[in-house]
Design a protein around this ligand. Structure first.
Ligand SMILES: Nc1ncnc2c1ncn2[C@@H]1O[C@H](COP(=O)(O)OP(=O)(O)O)[C@@H](O)[C@H]1O
Ligand SMILES: O=C(O)[C@H](O)[C@@H](O)[C@H](O)[C@H](O)COP(=O)(O)O
Length: 178
């Protein structure tokens, strides 16, 4: 199974993903590590990424998913995956380009959407030290966000809960699909 932990910047993806990866022994892929330098520089200077900036990055992450799936491995991918199109690019690669892709979900891939209020996430982002992401980009992250639907094989988790509660909810959701 591939578990994709998604949500806006500051929603807890790295925290939850690292915890789950340790607990389950699944390989962890941090999507941010695959951004080209230009994307990181752009975000650090407070400029939101465009679809054009994100597409090659998402196609790279698609390759990682494909590799893990063909190896039959369990893995976790941390990726904001804000729009439905981005999630389709992750699952189906180039087939999702051009807007004609009718497919929404793929067996063996589950999205865990970390959902929380602007105020809560903003407070956590401001308190977070040593991260490249400019906190003033949070509004554009929310503007871009299209929450995933059930038909995308997604579970939504409320991030005002504690880390153990969030992790337990995700574990319960994946155990029914394993
Ligand atoms: N459930 C939680 N309760 C309290 N603080 C949290 C929780 N999840 C994450 N945090 C804190 O919120 C901040 C943002 O989390 P992070 O994992 O870096 O988010 P993301 O990877 O989505 O940008 C971090 O400082 C982290 O310690
Ligand atoms: O598509 C994007 O705009 C970025 O991927 C963004 O959503 C991501 O969240 C940043 O890379 C910040 O990194 P964190 O999510 O770790 O804060």
């Amino acid at each position: 199974m591939i578990l994709i932990i998604m949500g806006v910047s500051g929603s807890g993806k790295t925290t939850v993903g690292s915890f789950l990866s340790e607990k389950l022994g699944w390989t962890l892929h941090e999507g941010d590590d695959y951004h080209p330098k230009e994307n990181i520089d752009k975000m650090a200077s407070g400029v939101p990424l465009t679809d054009q900036d994100r597409t090659p990055w998402l196609l790279l992450l698609h390759d990682i998913i494909e590799r893990e799936m063909s190896a039959g491995s369990h893995a976790i991918l941390i990726c904001s995956a804000l729009k439905k199109l981005y999630r389709q690019l992750l699952l189906f690669g180039r087939e999702a380009l051009g807007g004609a892709c009718q497919r929404e979900a793929m067996e063996g891939v589950v999205f865990a959407f970390l959902s929380g209020s602007f105020q809560l996430i903003q407070a956590r982002m401001v308190a977070r030290k040593g991260h490249f992401m400019a906190p003033n980009l949070l509004q554009s992250q929310f503007d871009t966000l299209e929450p995933p639907s059930l038909s995308e094989n997604a579970v939504t988790v409320d991030i005002s809960k504690s880390l153990p509660e969030i992790v337990a909810e995700i574990e319960a959701a994946i155990s029914t699909r394993l």
